[in-house]
Design a protein around this ligand. Structure first.
Ligand SMILES: Nc1ncnc2c1ncn2[C@@H]1O[C@H](COP(=O)(O)OP(=O)(O)OP(=O)(O)O)[C@@H](O)[C@H]1O
Ligand SMILES: [Mg+2]
Length: 262
């Protein structure tokens, strides 16, 4: 068996919905066990489009996405199922594609079954799955449509973790969480990602969240990464106009960081 870590690789990726695709030449490499990466950019710039192309939910218009050397868009059904359990995306807004009339019990059971079928079962109970994201047992018999936005976001993350993914792609994972829960969820995510050596990619406009989860952030603008650096460097010494615009949205963070340097 290969000892090489799982490798998700986007090369010259072009992806989008119109004749002028929003993603126009992105390169990104994600290894299991490597430091996490963040991707930021203005609303509508193409973060979700890139996330979808990266996990194989959207076919590239150009370039390619490979996982361990194989083009993701050409995986056969069985391989695709294994891939979807190995490289997981948590969709923006807690949208997980389940019928919202289903109960939490049913969707967690389905995920645990899928995990076993793809050889990625963890032997965890429903309670343990929920507890990872601070959801109490009282949620087990609730229907999805009765859950709040923040509860759904946390459930989506917990579901994604059931298959012990090698790569986890989070799209704006904490937008509906209050400050306390954002702290708890980001700290828990950091621990789980480190412990299980998950290759993490986080898409967010929230540099504060990214600074807790990812040492490196890429700035997406006009279809490409225009600048990469630590969240701190991007805030205090932005080079590209797109990065300056983002930094300006965080005047308090920038002032706090600058005063630390003085
Ligand atoms: N299914 C679709 N069909 C057509 N256009 C789409 C579709 N999904 C997104 N778009 C368009 O593609 C562009 C990029 O959208 P995307 O959702 O990737 O942006 P984003 O950076 O994730 O924004 P936000 O920060 O608001 O989540 C937008 O102009 C959007 O309207
Ligand atoms: Mg988005």
């Amino acid at each position: 068996m290969s000892t090489k870590p799982s490798h998700l690789y986007a090369q010259d990726l072009v992806a989008g919905y119109t004749s002028r695709p929003d993603i126009r030449g992105v390169n990104l490499e994600v290894y299991k066990g490597a430091p996490a990466q963040g991707i930021t950019g203005a609303s509508g710039v193409g973060k979700t489009t890139l996330a979808n192309a990266l996990v194989g939910a959207l076919k590239p218009v150009g370039g390619r996405v490979t996982f361990n050397g194989k083009a993701v868009s050409r995986l056969r059904l069985g391989e695709k199922k294994r891939y979807e359990a190995t490289v997981r995306k948590v969709a923006q807004n807690g949208f997980f594609g389940y019928d919202t009339a289903l109960t939490v019990r049913r969707v967690v059971e389905d995920e645990l079954r899928a995990a076993r079928k793809t050889g990625r079962g963890s032997g965890k109970s429903i309670e343990e799955v929920l507890d990872l994201m601070f959801l109490e047992d009282r949620f087990i018999d609730r229907k999805l449509h009765t859950m709040s936005g923040g509860e759904r976001q946390r459930l989506s993350i917990a579901l994604a973790l059931t298959t012990a993914p090698d790569v986890l792609v989070l799209d704006e994972p904490t937008t509906a969480l209050d400050a306390t829960l954002k702290d708890k969820v980001s700290a828990r995510l950091r621990d789980i990602v480190a412990e299980r050596e998950i290759g993490l990619v986080v898409f967010s406009h929230d540099l504060n969240l990214l600074s807790r989860l990812t040492p490196t952030v890429h700035v997406l603008s006009d279809g490409v990464f225009v600048e990469s650096g630590s969240p701190r460097d991007l805030l205090t010494d932005p080079h590209h106009q797109a990065t300056r615009d983002i930094a300006e949205a965080y005047p308090e963070a920038v002032r706090a960081l600058r005063s630390l340097e003085d």
